[in-house]
Design a protein around this ligand. Structure first.
Ligand SMILES: [Zn+2]
Length: 203
């Protein structure tokens, strides 16, 4: 529609989730009209995300060091692991202040149509953690907190099958009441907190 670089920018922005062509156009023209330092700061931030973001060795959360803030906090209960799809889900659950355990990030959910099977998720790493935690503690509960949608449910069912025979391990799932079909991060703190405290035992 437009000529040259501004259209390229709109095309790139429109590929981002939740933006769409209109939102992309608004941001592109905002940047064009603004101070050039704003573009410099944005470019620098993008470069840092590309080059400097690392992930926790233990749980897969975003980390500034080898271990994330939660895994390196000895006050967190290492006998409980809450399994989530993405790092952003950790922040949603942390906001409820209902959970004092640790996390495990799968990096997505099972979605065979998009070619995402168990090997594409950090399931092997989870099983390894159950066998040997880095601090020697034994995991007694896995809380499956995948999203309340088709892929999330399929992932929960798969995990349950993998985990049900671990001796001394109980597997729980967030209570119903979360908006079905949605993302965990869109649930308000109260609803998510209730789903967490009312979690049901699967095995
Ligand atoms: Zn971690």
């Amino acid at each position: 529609m437009y000529e040259g670089p501004i259209q390229d920018l709109i095309d790139q922005l429109a590929k981002l989730p939740g933006l769409g062509p209109k939102g992309a156009q608004r941001i592109a023209f905002h940047l064009l009209a603004g101070e050039t330092t704003e573009i410099d700061r944005l470019t620098a931030a993008l470069g840092k995300v590309r080059d400097d973001v690392t992930f926790c060795d233990e749980c897969g959360n975003i980390a500034a060091d080898r271990l994330c803030r939660i895994c390196s906090d000895s006050r967190r209960d290492a006998t409980k692991i809450c399994v989530v799809e993405e790092p952003k889900d950790i922040y949603a659950i942390e906001r409820t202040r209902e959970f004092d355990g640790r996390y495990h990030v799968l990096g997505g959910a099972l979605d065979p149509l998009s070619g995402i099977g168990p090997d594409q998720l950090r399931i092997r790493e989870l099983l390894k953690r159950l066998a040997e935690q880095s601090d020697g503690s034994v995991v007694g509960e896995i809380i499956v907190a995948t999203d309340p949608n088709t892929e999330g449910e399929a992932t929960a069912t798969y995990l349950l099958r993998m985990l049900k025979d671990f001796p001394g391990l109980s597997v729980t799932r967030l209570a119903s009441g979360l908006p079905m079909g949605g993302d965990l991060e869109f649930a308000d703190e109260l609803t998510l907190g209730r789903a967490l405290s009312g979690r049901r035992i699967l095995v």
